[in-house]
Design a protein around this ligand. Structure first.
Ligand SMILES: Nc1ccn([C@@H]2O[C@@H]3COP(=O)(O)O[C@H]3[C@H]2O)c(=O)n1
Ligand SMILES: [Zn+2]
Ligand SMILES: [Zn+2]
Length: 242
């Protein structure tokens, strides 16, 4: 499986695109999150939106879903097909009613299913998306009143959604569920009210830090090079074999 971050920035980053990940397995391309900057980020990498086989979203913040209107419209009006959209069953209603309906509603486009081939996922259930690619959503804490789902890929890679620190979850995933790689969001400075701080991640056991790479960071990330213990930073655009 290959991972390429089309962006590694947090919601307010200007040097980095939104934290969205392109997963490739046996030629199948899955984009995890499609934020406001995703159309430009893909364009700069030379990847056409029509090359994506599916998009999966973790939660309904703009840096994770803000590019879906363009994606849906490009696919409908330029390519004449509905793109496949994976999301938790609980996000279908808020994604359409609170995010997309304003821009996308028109005759014949009255619900999410009119614009996308919607595939609902239930947290805690493993679902095969393509040959040799399965995912499981885990509900993780981000902001009160906002549902957010992290992703387990092929049963052994944990990709965090935006989330507050959850030491118990991370330790359990590694100890009991055989997770061998962790891609985790990070807030480099300040209190982690809705995100996980670098200091919190630095308090994890070394063997967990060694399997962890950081993403969703602020524009001043370079100041923190060498200050992330055994963890490294994911770099935007680079292709990783995972
Ligand atoms: N209670 C909140 C809610 C949101 N925010 C900021 O808004 C951003 C939305 O995208 P995000 O990537 O989840 O990061 C959130 C915080 O920066 C915040 O700081 N506190
Ligand atoms: Zn975010
Ligand atoms: Zn968020």
């Amino acid at each position: 499986m290959k991972l390429q971050m089309i962006g590694t920035g947090n919601a307010f980053a200007k040097k980095y695109f939104n934290n969205n990940a392109l997963i490739e397995q046996d030629g199948f391309k899955l984009l995890i999150d499609c934020g406001i900057t995703a159309p430009l980020a893909l364009y700069e990498l030379g990847i056409g939106m029509e090359e994506l086989d599916a998009v999966l979203i973790t939660h309904t913040h703009g840096d994770h879903v803000g590019g879906l209107e363009e994606y849906g419209f490009q696919m409908k009006f330029k390519h004449g097909r509905k793109p496949v959209l994976y999301l938790a069953d609980t996000l279908v209603e808020p994604l359409w009613n609170h995010t997309l309906s304003g821009g996308m509603t028109q005759e014949g486009l009255d619900k999410l299913e009119d614009a996308f081939e919607v595939r609902q996922l239930r947290a805690g259930e493993v679902q095969e998306l393509a040959p040799n690619l399965c995912v499981e959503l885990l509900r993780t804490r981000h902001i009160a009143g906002k549902k957010s789902y992290s992703v387990i890929l092929n049963r052994d890679v944990f990709y965090s959604a935006d989330m507050t620190f959850d030491r118990e979850l991370l330790e359990t995933l590694v100890r009991d569920r055989g997770i061998r790689r962790i891609f985790h969001e990070v807030q480099l400075e300040g209190p982690g009210q809705v995100h996980t701080t670098l200091d919190e991640l630095l308090s994890l056991p070394e063997e967990i830090q060694e399997m962890t790479k950081l993403m969703h960071y602020a524009d001043n990330k370079d100041r923190f090079e060498g200050r992330a213990g055994k963890m490294g930073f994911l770099e935007q655009g680079e292709v990783y074999s995972i």
